[in-house]
Design a protein around this ligand. Structure first.
Ligand SMILES: [Zn+2]
Length: 159
């Protein structure tokens, strides 16, 4: 299994984006990036990237322009897409639309869903509040049962 590490500040920035969109009653997706040259078994997430998106109360989508801006950003900064995090108005789960619109497409890719527009989620309770899914070899999103095996928040000075 792939093991991701993520700095505390990246989680905090991500939740701030999700909460800000939630105030407008909109979902939001934030992408987590890792250095392109880093290990594929243990990607050190290093940045939260807010892509250009069209969001509503119950879905989000990244238009082609948003995807090409993302790709240019990844190339310019020698980064790759490691994971995606998005909010839901109420319960956190991976919907059929989420499966279809997933930006992360690599086996082992991580998708995190945060409930209640992240209104009560903090870096401290992130792992218990959010739901974590990984993409299997058969291209299905499965909920991670033991999150600590796949994901760890690290201090910024360790990252
Ligand atoms: Zn969703």
């Amino acid at each position: 299994m792939i093991r991701y590490t993520c700095p505390h500040s990246v989680v905090a920035d991500t939740l701030a984006h999700l909460r800000a969109a939630g105030r407008w009653n909109k979902e939001c997706v934030v992408l987590w990036l890792a250095p392109r040259a880093s290990s594929s078994d243990a990607p050190p997430i290093c940045a939260a990237y807010l892509p250009l998106q069209e969001a509503r109360a119950d879905r989000f989508r990244i238009p082609p322009e948003g995807m090409s801006t993302l790709m240019a950003h990844l190339r310019a900064h020698k980064l790759r897409l490691a994971a995606q995090v998005h909010s839901h108005p109420y319960e956190a789960f991976h919907s059929i639309a989420d499966d279809d619109w997933a930006v992360v497409r690599r086996e082992g890719g991580l998708s995190v869903v945060v409930p209640d527009f992240a209104s009560h989620t903090t870096p401290e309770n992130f792992v218990s509040d959010a739901k974590f899914y990984h993409l299997t070899a058969s291209d299905r999103w499965l909920e991670l049962e033991i999150i600590s095996a796949a994901f760890e928040i690290v201090d910024d000075n360790r990252a």
